[in-house]
Write a protein that binds this ligand. Structure first.
Ligand code: RAM
Length: 550
């Protein structure tokens, strides 16, 4: 038998371990309260019952986006009279991109349902997704992201509620197995939509240029679909909160829905889930309970948290939140500054051990220079936040770090001959490096403009592949007063998605390659993606640049 003394010692040891684990967690004291605030700002979701607008065939067309287009056919009105045993497949079009839960009612036309009926449901944001051969799945992410469900109806009549939240415009229903002794029909299809973007129908604007009107309204729809109980990156995939996406969504939100509470909830949720070193995760899940993706840190995303908080405070005037989250924001910068040596060089290789930077999906992109630059950008955002929170004392120390970082960047990464910034051991020239150096705002005006022009003429420069990096490209052009080029780029990049039939803007858009996918399977790209929603931010913030008539 173990003595009482033994148990007392064990208890004391456990208590000690628990306490020291807690004391090693930098924001342990605040996290519980932060989580409570996040929960308190849980938004109300709005729902609408949407019925299909038409029945379609999806047909091959080499001129269509990814080789497929939807062609309207007759039959929706009589669907509930037609034997689905004979029809065996139907594709319906909801007329627009929606996120929600699908309900399908089945009824008997003839005989008695004497056996289970097996059906397959496929949802698609774009036509090609409906036709994807998922048996030959090559994706690097889970195949579970394809929106396919196989369900056995044990009896008919039946009101089926598909358990999974889906996202898209098209629904294909296929009959995989039925008894020959009865006939049934699809009586009704409803998509119960969900969004927290209250009053979204009032967000559309009309501008002189019809293309700008269209781009703006598709941005509104993109953001509305991503606004759920947090700012999701994509309602189809990954359905969660990522800092990089949040930053751009919050910018667009400031010029449209003004749902500052959703930004607040998202900021607090991330804060509550920072790791024991006080370093932010790049993304978090709400279900089954709030938690971070373990070990998934992204340097530039942690730094963009600072910018998101700064923008939030400046638009909402919520100084309490600013003060409450200030130590965490400051800590992101200070934590990363530990990787900076006396000369001012950020040791990317060392920091990368705990997660590198993102910037874009281009597989060859060297991220060293852009990372050094975004540290400066974030430091300046910190200063601006500090000023709005009357934290003048902190500013001087940050200022000194900016000089250190900037001096290093200019003296080591600027190629005088090419008049371009280079990155990494191979002196790579990329758009990302020039864009982020411009956004760091450390160059004479003329040079900043010059590097953007030079990179556009540099044949082998690593180009942006996502609307995400294109956002920063547009901003860099605006900051260097290249307004016509900024307007042109916005119309060309987001306009190209419109031209290819986009209902909502995409995660990836490579103008001359419809099949580009960071996941090696383009049907699981997200075709309603948060980081793509910012044209409305530009159009509304800079009317003199984007709202001019053609
Ligand atoms: C993708 C997500 C998200 C992005 C990260 C880096 O998986 O869709 O939008 O922020 O990558």
């Amino acid at each position: 038998m173990l003595s009482t003394k033994y148990y007392l010692c064990l208890f004391a040891a456990l208590l000690f371990l628990f306490k020291s684990a807690k004391s090693q967690d930098l924001f342990a004291k605040q996290k519980e309260a932060w989580l409570k605030i996040a929960e308190q700002y849980q938004p109300k979701l709005e729902h609408e019952a949407v019925a299909p607008k038409s029945m379609v065939n999806i047909v091959k067309d080499e001129n269509a986006f990814q080789g497929y287009k939807a062609v309207k056919v007759n039959g929706l009105d009589s669907l509930n009279q037609q034997s689905f045993n004979k029809l065996s497949q139907v594709i319906v079009d909801f007329g627009a991109h929606y996120t929600g839960y699908c309900e399908i009612d089945f009824k008997i036309l003839k005989g008695t349902a004497d056996a289970p009926t097996r059906l397959k449901f496929t949802f698609g944001e774009v036509p090609s997704e409906i036709m994807a051969v998922t048996e030959k799945y090559t994706g690097v992410l889970s195949k579970g992201w394809t929106q396919e469900e196989i369900i056995n109806l044990e009896s008919i009549p039946y009101q089926l509620k598909l358990p999974r939240r889906v996202s898209g415009r098209y629904l294909k229903i296929e009959l995989l197995g039925a008894s020959p002794w009865f006939e049934f029909a699809i009586d009704k299809i409803t998509l119960n939509t969900t969004t927290s973007a209250s009053g979204w129908v009032n967000q559309f604007r009309k501008f002189d240029d019809p293309l700008i009107t269209k781009i703006d309204s598709v941005s509104v729809l993109t953001l509305k679909e991503c606004m759920q109980t947090v700012f999701e990156d994509g309602p189809k995939r990954d359905q969660r909160l990522w800092i990089g996406d949040l930053y751009l969504q919050s910018l667009a939100n400031n010029y449209s829905f003004k749902s500052h509470d959703l930004t607040k909830r998202s900021l607090y949720l991330l804060a509550a889930l920072s790791d024991s070193l006080g370093y932010l995760p790049s993304n978090v899940f709400e279900k089954p309970y709030p938690h971070a993706q373990k070990g998934a840190h992204i340097i530039d995303y942690s730094l963009l948290y600072i910018a998101t908080l700064k923008e939030y405070v400046s638009f909402s005037k919520d100084l309490n939140t600013g003060n409450d989250l200030w130590p965490l924001a400051l800590h992101q910068f200070n934590y990363l500054m530990k990787f900076v040596n006396q000369e001012g060089k950020f040791n990317y290789a060392e920091a990368n051990k705990n997660g590198g930077s993102f910037f874009d999906w281009h597989p060859d992109l060297d991220k060293e220079t852009a990372t050094q630059a975004i540290l400066i950008f974030a430091a300046k955002e910190l200063i601006s936040l500090a000023k709005s929170l009357d934290k003048a004392k902190e500013v001087e120390a940050i200022q000194a770090k900016i000089s250190l970082l900037a001096n290093y960047l200019i003296s080591h990464n600027f190629d005088e001959k090419q008049r371009l910034f280079v990155s990494g051991a191979k002196n790579q020239v990329s758009y990302a490096s020039q864009i982020w150096v411009v956004l760091a705002d450390i160059l004479p005006k003329k040079t900043a403009k010059e590097i953007l022009i030079n990179v556009s003429r540099y044949k082998n420069a690593v180009k942006p592949v996502t609307p995400y990096l294109h956002h920063y490209y547009v901003q860099a052009l605006i900051n260097t007063k290249q307004n016509a080029a900024a307007a042109e780029l916005l119309k060309q990049h987001w306009g190209s998605m419109i031209q290819k039939g986009a209902d909502t803007f995409w995660e990836v858009n490579v103008v001359d390659n419809d099949f580009s996918s960071p996941y090696n399977f383009y049907p699981i790209n997200s075709y309603c993606h948060a980081w793509s929603c910012t044209p409305m931010y530009f159009i509304r913030k800079y009317p003199e640049i984007f709202q001019k008539s053609k």
